[in-house]
Design a protein around this ligand. Structure first.
Ligand SMILES: Cc1cc2nc3c(=O)[nH]c(=O)nc-3n(C[C@H](O)[C@H](O)[C@H](O)COP(=O)(O)OP(=O)(O)OC[C@H]3O[C@@H](n4cnc5c(N)ncnc54)[C@H](O)[C@@H]3O)c2cc1C
Length: 425
């Protein structure tokens, strides 16, 4: 039986360990020392590093990298099941070596880097000895790569990069920046003269590249290959976000159900009010629709490639923002006034929903991708009527029975009457 929705017992054991580890180790650290997982402070690192070591000892570090790229090769389906747990805790992706933006950058390096480039950047990124950022979007427009202007000019043994990038997440704390130029993808150490971090925004940096010189071997992949590398990077990133979103909406759902059973109004617990039940029922169905879409997409990637699964990935991309928005809003609403404060995770989760619809490409662009790809499997109908126009279809079908109907007038009369009856509905 090929369609099997169960998890193999050995991996379920790992998942149970992860769930317990997150509750007993990661969540307390997040609450008391927020940001310790990615801090450079030696005391904070001393708290986080032993936890990362435990993850490595269990063989669960950097699960996102396939075997052919130097990773453990668990595949995307197992990663999806893991991320359904990790996405609930702020620092868990870093603790398991699966946090954006490093994951996408590592994937590009693993797929396109020379052995020297991998040794210089991939190994320390995998070990979290260094951190990276991705500079693609430009101030004048992000959705259309044809508007990008940042360019590199070859000068002897060096490339000279000029341009301006916007919303480079974690750019300020990165050691290396992956800079998408119109003529290639370049790795730029952040301390290189000419890299200028603007004051705002604070987390997703506005960066100016003022005649930044890097050695010739800092070009990643082929010259003019930036768009191909970017697709590779973003394809994986989008599905990973969707996997973590499943974790977020499950958290919202748990909170919604617990609260519904805990509060009373107008003589009964609010879970007994039908509109609250509708919120729970709709959320249950939407979460499971998203989850199955994500798992099916992960399975497709494992059984073909990210490229083959691009329509499904695009569908995950715009579905996750919608489900996150709907479910977190319902949970927040059922929480009443408390839901509007920052005393539970719900307010931040709801505020994060529009972000999901913009980061990694706006939803509209992904909807266009899905519609275009899906429409390739169809063609216009011939003549005036659609294929399913019943009178025409029936005329066609009658030809199959022509000899029978001509030979038996009773049967022909019965068929005419039956059709008239069916047409009346
Ligand atoms: C949290 C977060 C993290 C990010 N991290 C990074 C990062 O690390 N590196 C990086 O380079 N970028 C990053 N980005 C930027 C992101 O890639 C861009 O925001 C995104 O591509 C959209 O570009 P834009 O913001 O310029 O919006 P625009 O392109 O200006 O789009 C604005 C709106 O115009 C409409 N629109 C645009 N195109 C179309 C279309 N084809 N059809 C219909 N409507 C359309 C949509 O309503 C859209 O929301 C991040 C963004 C967010 C929110």
């Amino acid at each position: 039986m090929a369609w099997d929705f169960s998890t193999e017992p050995e991996f379920q054991e790992q998942l149970d360990w992860v769930a317990d580890f997150c509750v007993t180790e990661i969540e307390p650290l997040d609450l008391v020392f927020p940001g310790a997982a990615w801090s450079r402070n030696p005391k904070a690192r001393a708290l986080a590093d032993p936890l990362k070591q435990q993850v490595k000892d269990r063989g669960l570090w950097a699960l996102f990298l396939d075997k052919d790229l130097g990773g453990p090769g668990f595949g995307q389906l197992k990663l999806a099941l893991l991320n359904e747990i990790l996405g609930r805790y702020r620092s868990a992706p870093v603790m398991f070596g699966t946090a954006a933006p490093d994951t996408g950058n590592m994937e590009m390096l693993a797929a396109y880097g020379t052995p020297e480039q991998k040794e210089r950047w991939l190994t320390p990124l995998l070990n979290q000895e260094i951190f990276s950022a991705y500079s693609m979007t430009e101030p004048q427009g992000g959705s259309d790569p044809n508007l990008f202007k940042t360019h590199a000019v070859r000068d002897g043994d060096e490339w000279v990069i000029s341009g301006e990038k916007w919303f480079t997440s974690a750019g300020e704390r990165a050691d290396i920046l992956f800079v998408m130029c119109t003529n290639g993808m370049f790795v730029v150490p952040r301390e290189t003269p000419g890299v200028e971090m603007m004051d705002y925004p604070r987390l997703h940096n506005h960066v100016r590249y003022n005649n930044v010189r890097v050695p010739a071997d800092h070009l990643l992949g082929p010259e003019d290959g930036a768009k191909v590398l970017a697709q590779r990077r973003l394809g994986g990133g989008r599905i990973h976000h969707a996997m973590r979103t499943v974790a977020q909406v499950k958290l919202a759902f748990d909170m919604m159900c617990e609260r519904a059973l805990s509060r009373e109004s107008h003589g009964k617990v609010i879970a007994e009010h039908q509109m609250v039940q509708e919120a729970i029922a709709d959320s249950y169905a939407e979460i499971n629709m998203l989850r199955l879409l994500v798992l099916w997409t992960a399975w497709t990637i494992d059984n073909s490639s990210t490229r083959e699964a691009r329509t499904q990935i695009a569908a995950c991309k715009y579905t996750m923002g919608k489900v996150l928005r709907e479910v977190s809003y319902r949970a927040l609403h059922i929480m009443g006034s408390l839901g509007t404060t920052n005393l539970t995770p719900l307010q931040a989760m709801y505020a994060g929903a529009p972000t999901m619809a913009i980061a990694d490409g706006v939803d509209e662009v992904h909807k266009v991708t899905v519609a275009r790809n899906v429409l390739r499997g169809y063609s216009p109908h011939e003549g005036l009527w659609p294929t399913e126009y019943l009178p025409a279809k029936r005329d066609q079908a009658r030809k199959k029975y022509e000899s029978l109907i001509e030979a038996d007038p009773d049967l022909a009369a019965w068929a005419d009457a039956a059709v008239r009856h069916a047409e009346r509905g």
